[in-house]
Design a protein around this ligand. Structure first.
Ligand SMILES: [Zn+2]
Length: 279
């Protein structure tokens, strides 16, 4: 079994986690830019984080044979700060030529404020201007439905965006339909306690089918499971789903979506993987 985790905040993880992921078949991860759990002191601090994501982290992952790619953005949790956001957005373009950057993400809403929506629009426009893929974070709990609806509605104002180049993440039972209906990809990011579990993710695949859905393990600084994707695969197997279907969801689907970026080295239908060290 081989898999790709499209939503893994590896900077908060140890080398043991990389090892565990490699041993369970992980061949590539993509890391969205995120909030560190505390507010950064200014744009320089965010820029240092971008340097870590584009420079150091791919080398760390390569030690375990895992390809590491990244997304750059002003994260939704700090996006309410318009001044900081403007400064960070100015600094993103110079990193977009890095060989492991796949697009703009994770962008979106947290408390669904006017400021967050403004920052979100500007990031969507940045992605359009530079022809980047987009990865969208949707808010949790009580803000989930409204936040997902607004995120999708904002995108409707940009007809130049191809929906197939956008992945709307943290989808749940009550939001996945509106995401898939407009032609976007949906992400099911699994958590051991809060949010969506491997069991609920399998229920969703059984109900909506496997097309345009990817699963991931989050790997952030809070309680999260580096081997959530293999646990999802195990649950699929336990319920009698075929190996072909499991491979489609955990490997072929992310390849289809991510390989729309020329930087992503694994191509649909390729039997041979490019070694992590060459990227
Ligand atoms: Zn995230």
């Amino acid at each position: 079994m081989k898999y790709i985790d499209h939503h893994a905040h590896m900077v908060s993880r140890t080398t043991d986690d990389y090892q565990q992921m490699a041993l369970t078949g992980c061949v590539a991860v993509t890391e969205p830019a995120f909030w560190p759990g505390w507010d950064r002191s200014g744009p320089e601090s965010v820029e240092d984080y971008f340097r870590q994501l584009t420079g150091f982290e791919p080398r760390r992952a390569a030690q375990y044979g895992i390809q590491h790619y990244t997304w750059l953005a002003m994260n939704p949790k700090e996006a309410d700060d318009r001044e900081l956001s403007r400064e960070v957005l100015k600094r993103i373009p110079k990193f977009l030529d890095s060989p492991t950057v796949l697009g703009i993400g994770e962008i979106g809403l947290n408390r669904v404020t006017r400021n967050e929506i403004e920052t979100y629009r500007e990031q969507v426009e940045l992605a359009i201007e530079y022809g980047q893929l987009i990865l969208i974070h949707t808010p949790h709990l009580e803000d989930k439905y409204k936040g997902t609806w607004i995120s999708v509605d904002v995108l409707r104002g940009y007809p130049e965006i191809e929906p197939g180049r956008v992945l709307v993440d943290h989808a749940e039972e009550h939001t996945i339909e509106m995401i898939l209906a407009d032609g976007y990809w949906a992400g099911l990011t699994l958590y051991p306690q809060t949010k969506i579990s491997p069991q609920r993710a399998v229920d969703i695949i059984e109900r909506y089918g496997p097309d345009r859905i990817c699963v991931a393990g989050a790997c952030d600084w809070g309680p999260s499971e580096p081997v959530a994707v293999p646990k999802f695969a195990l649950e699929m197997r336990r319920r009698g789903h075929s190996e072909a279907l499991i491979q489609k969801v955990i490997f072929e689907n992310p390849v289809l979506f991510l390989s729309q970026s020329p930087r992503f080295k694994i191509k649909p239908g390729a039997n041979e993987l490019v070694p992590a060290a060459v990227i």
